[in-house]
Design a protein around this ligand. Structure first.
Ligand code: NAI
Length: 414
């Protein structure tokens, strides 16, 4: 075993079994993997990944390793790391610093340990690696070509750095590629949030009032699937355009202060802070369930819940019951962390196939364009989105039409 820090290497076979399963359902990433194995495009490159450490991200790590890269993996959230997967990766020669339920101090130590490897490329999910590389670990930029960012919250943080002219190396906004957000944020979050809630609660969604905070890409998916499961859906928003979109999609829209009275299940997906706080908990029905799927655990205020509670206890795995001073019980799922990852297995495999094909292409793109790239935030070219979409369509047995020369001329295309 390399100098990895994981919970238990004897879990490796269980982890490898899960990783083998996802590998069967990732045709787009597998197509890239075949090219990677042939051309060894990442030979000599060290890649540090801070990601939700579960089977699909593990398969991405192994794909990059198959291209010749030395891959170092750490988590991007203390509760989303799966110990068998960490063990499986170590068994395959990947260095891992992560265990499920690590403390905040351990989490930061793991990120630092990963950066000690002086990466050429980083893959970030939420911006914690980038943050360290701009604060305490500027030394670890020594060999850095650049990196890619997986999620919306990480992009917000990168845009803030770019605006202040502080972004120190090129970053690719993988989240903003069509083959990422249109599928992962919308359909991925839409399915996996309900998977996490349903398997943890063993309750129905049909007949319940579900309040979804935020009608961005994730919120649209969560609302659409809640409706499909038979719920009455209320959306809360701050953007009037998103709000009117929600109305036209057939949902009720109102402020959280009012929605708090009606909801049976609350789901926050805003990327913002303080969406559900004391004033909302005090309005809620006895037995209301709160969960978050935004990147950080600051959307549903656990601090407020603790302050206004008499006592709390574990009601079921991943569900804490808070007995409020007014006598009502409010349930909080997964400590207010990403419910689909902390209380489930994350997005469906076929969807992450698209996201991680884009991640693999981002890594190749950084290496191929090292000389031209500047310290700024980049989008991957549309051709790469089209390439991934084409592989995926083909693997699913779909064909589409192509433009004739006459049509191209008519449309003014080359
Ligand atoms: P988005 O930017 O498309 O949508 C966010 C929406 O929240 C916007 O419409 C915005 O107007 C709204 N909003 C902001 N503050 C609000 C407030 N105080 N009250 C009500 N609405 C508010 O972002 P996206 O892609 O939907 O991502 C949302 C969050 O989910 C981010 O933190 C992102 O990193 C995370 N994410 C989580 C995933 C998961 O697996 N759970 C997957 C992908 C993204």
């Amino acid at each position: 075993m390399n100098d990895s820090m994981i919970r238990d290497i004897s879990l490796a076979e269980e982890g490898l079994q899960r990783i083998r399963w996802v590998g069967k359902f990732m045709p787009a990433l597998n197509a890239l993997k075949r090219d990677f194995i042939n051309n060894q495009a990442l030979k000599g490159k060290t890649i540090v990944m801070s990601i939700h450490l579960e089977a699909k991200t593990a398969y991405l790590a192994l794909t990059l390793q198959s291209a010749g890269a030395d891959v170092i993996v750490t988590g991007s959230n203390p509760l989303s790391t799966q110990d068998p997967i960490a063990a499986g990766l170590v068994n395959q020669g990947i260095t891992v610093y992560a265990w499920h339920g690590c403390t905040d101090e351990e989490y930061t130590m793991f990120l630092n340990k990963a950066l000690d490897h002086m990466p050429h490329i980083i893959i970030d999910d939420g911006g914690d690696l980038v943050h360290l590389l701009h604060s305490n670990r500027t030394d670890a930029k020594k060999n850095l070509i650049g990196g890619s960012e997986e999620t919306t919250t990480g992009i917000y943080r990168l845009k803030a750095l770019e605006k202040e002219n502080k972004l120190a190396f090129p970053m690719i906004a993988v989240n903003d590629s069509y083959c990422k957000y249109l599928f992962d944020n919308r359909y991925g979050t839409g399915q996996s949030v309900w998977d996490g809630v349903i398997r943890s609660t063993n309750l129905t969604v049909t007949g319940k009032t579900v309040v979804v905070a935020g009608y961005g890409w994730c919120g649209k998916g969560v609302s659409m699937r809640a409706k499909g499961l038979g719920a009455h859906v209320i959306v809360t928003e701050v953007d009037p355009i998103k709000a009117i979109e929600a109305v036209f999609d057939g949902f009720e829209v109102m402020p959280m202060k009012k929605a708090a009275r009606y909801g049976d299940i609350f789901l926050t997906v805003t990327g913002d802070i303080d969406i559900i706080t004391e004033k909302h908990f005090m309005e809620m029905k006895d037995g209301a369930i709160c969960a978050n799927a935004g990147h950080f655990d600051c959307e549903v205020s656990r601090k407020d819940l603790e302050r206004i509670s008499d006592s709390h206890y574990e009601a079921r795995k991943n569900i804490e019951a808070y007995i409020l001073l007014n006598g009502n019980t409010i349930y909080l799922m997964a400590e207010g962390r990403l419910v689909n990852l902390a209380a489930g297995d994350g997005h469906p495999v076929e969807i992450m196939d698209l996201s991680f094909a884009m991640q693999a292409l981002a890594v190749s793109y950084l290496c191929e364009h090292e000389k031209e790239l500047r310290p700024q935030l980049y989008l991957l070219p549309r051709e790469l989105d089209e390439k991934v979409a084409e592989i995926k369509l083909k693997s699913m047995g779909y064909e589409i039409d192509t433009l004739s020369d006459k049509q191209k001329e008519y449309l003014g295309l080359d």
